[in-house]
Every structure is written in structure tokens, then in C-alpha cells.
Ligand binder design. Structure first.
Ligand SMILES: Cc1ncc(COP(=O)(O)O)c(C=O)c1O
Length: 283
């Protein structure tokens, strides 16, 4: 199922999904127990399903969730080992996909992740306030108004427009902090969601390089169909990404952290791993 890496014990299921999927081994996925069902034994702390139980205000049905942090630790360990020497960035956006952002983040870090990623500045700040001090990548460009907070809390911003870069530069000059401040530029190689187009990304990367207060730590892209093993589109996207990297190399710009892989790519497309893999669902 997973290649390569014969010595690596696989993540139980790359498509980790809650209890609905019978193929997911509970030992290696966040285990979500359904409220009822003849084959399900009650979770620890679950209410008795005797029809009489007072579920408390606002709780009209007996539903609960159990998160197996040991499974998250395990999955992070498998992914880190599989992807090495690329490092693992655990994507813990949307409150760790509803499993608790700080708890999931800590478990993933204990398992072997070296980075975290979130979508929003608030999510990154929440992790900082929980005492987590590893690099936290923001997967979308922060609004200009949020840039000071990004710098103040040492989050790692993604930038994909000149306006975003301008706001970041202003914030870095205004807020005392680490300089040069690390930036990742996102290039759209075919996901067509966010990200700068090829020429714009190159111009942006060069602008970052030229700014003495900034450093171009990363260049990245997002893959649209990496979980479809035989779809040639992933290879096409990676070729476009390599093209951008080659253009930058020609002017002696070498972003040290190149990244493209989400879970499907980290598992099934080794060429996509570069220096960092960003895994959400497989963690
Ligand atoms: C930019 C980016 N990278 C990586 C991920 C993680 O993807 P997956 O859950 O497929 O690992 C996400 C998730 O939304 C994402 O937006």
C-alpha cells in the first residue's frame, strides 16, 4: 500500500476517517466512537444509554468523541520516518481537524514532526499561547492587518501577492523581533486556489531575497490530486514547481525549504517530499 520504505510500518490508513470506515485500525487513527450501535462498546466516561440519562443542557443525543493521542504520535512517527530526510510538518488547522489543536500538535511533535501548519493567524497564536515554540507555517497569506501579530508571535507567513509582502515588510520594521524574518512564497502550479503564478512567484521570491529584513526560507506549492496514484497531474505540477526552482537557481536563489507534499503525496509520490511534507489527514 505504501511505497517505498520497506522498513517502515505503515500508517494504518492514509484516509484516516472516523468510525464510519471499518478498514481503519483504531490503533493508528484518531478513534471516534459512534453514539450507539450493537457492536460498539461504550467509551470511558460515556453516558449510560438507558434512555433515562440526563445528557445536560443543549445535549439532546448521547454523542461523544475519543481522541487517541498515542495513535497520532504513532502516525507522525511513521510519516516522519517514511519522509526523512524531509521533515514532517503536521497540519493542525481547524482545531487539529476538530481533535484539539494544541493536544494534536504536541502529540505530532512527540511523534517526530518538526513543524506545524495552520490556516489562520488566530490558530497559530493559539498554539503559541499554549507554549508551543516550534516553527508554525501559515498556509494562507495573512491579511495586512494581521501581519504585526504574525511577526510578534514569530509565525512563518506564506506570501503570494506584492500587497501581502508589502504589509509583512512594514510589520517587520514596526515590530521588534528576529531579523531577517523568515518567509515562504507559495506558487500555484495547478491547484488554482491560492498562490502566485509562476512569473509572479519568481518576482516575489526575488523581492524577498533583496530585502535585508527578510529571508526566503521556503518556496512551496499545493498538489490537487496527490491521492490519485495514477493521475499524471501530480507529476505535471511537480515539473512546474521544479521549473520555478530552476529559474531561481539560475539567479543563485536557493530556498532552503522546498515543499509540495500533503499526505497523499508524502505517502505515494516520493519525488514530492523535497525538504518538508505537510500532512494533515494521515496524522
Ligand atoms: C496547503 C495544505 N497543505 C497540506 C494540507 C494537508 O493535506 P492532507 O490532509 O491531505 O495531508 C492542507 C490541508 O488542507 C493544505 O491546505
Amino acid at each position: 500500500m505504501i511505497e517505498p520504505g520497506p522498513s517502515v510500518s505503515p500508517v494504518a490508513s492514509p484516509s484516516v476517517s472516523p468510525a464510519a470506515s471499518p478498514s481503519v485500525s483504531p490503533a493508528a487513527s484518531p478513534s471516534v466512537s459512534p453514539a450507539a450501535g450493537p457492536s460498539v462498546s461504550p467509551a470511558v466516561g460515556a453516558p449510560e444509554l438507558d434512555g433515562q440519562t440526563d445528557l445536560g443542557p443543549g445535549r439532546l443525543r448521547p454523542a461523544w468523541v475519543e481522541i487517541d493521542l498515542a495513535a497520532i504520535r504513532h502516525n507522525a512517527g511513521v510519516l516522519a520516518e517514511l519522509s526523512a530526510p524531509a521533515r514532517l510538518c503536521a497540519v493542525v488547522k481547524a482545531g487539529g481537524y476538530g481533535h484539539g489543536s494544541a493536544e494534536v500538535a504536541r502529540a505530532a511533535l512527540e511523534g517526530g514532526a518538526g513543524w506545524l501548519a495552520v490556516a489562520l493567524v488566530e490558530e497559530g497564536v493559539e498554539l503559541r499561547e499554549a507554549g508551543i515554540d516550534v516553527p508554525i507555517l501559515l498556509l494562507s497569506q495573512p491579511t495586512p492587518a494581521a501581519m504585526s501579530e504574525v511577526v510578534r508571535t514569530s509565525l512563518t507567513p506564506t506570501v503570494d501577492t506584492p500587497l501581502g509582502l508589502e504589509a509583512l515588510v512594514a510589520a517587520v520594521r514596526e515590530v521588534k523581533g528576529t531579523r531577517p524574518f523568515a518567509v515562504h512564497v507559495k506558487v500555484d502550479t495547478g491547484m488554482h486556489r491560492v498562490g502566485a503564478r509562476r512569473d509572479d512567484a519568481i518576482a516575489l521570491a526575488l523581492d524577498v531575497e533583496r530585502d535585508p529584513d527578510l529571508t526566503l526560507e521556503g518556496l512551496w506549492t499545493h498538489l490537487a490530486v496527490s491521492d490519485e496514484l495514477d493521475n499524471p497531474y501530480t507529476g505535471e505540477q511537480l515539473a512546474r514547481f521544479d521549473g520555478v526552482l530552476a529559474d531561481l537557481a539560475r539567479v543563485d536563489v536557493h530556498p532552503p525549504i522546498r515543499h509540495a507534499a500533503n499526505s497523499g503525496a508524502a505517502l505515494w509520490h516520493p519525488a514530492s517530499r523535497y525538504d518538508l511534507v505537510r500532512c494533515g489527514i494521515a496524522v
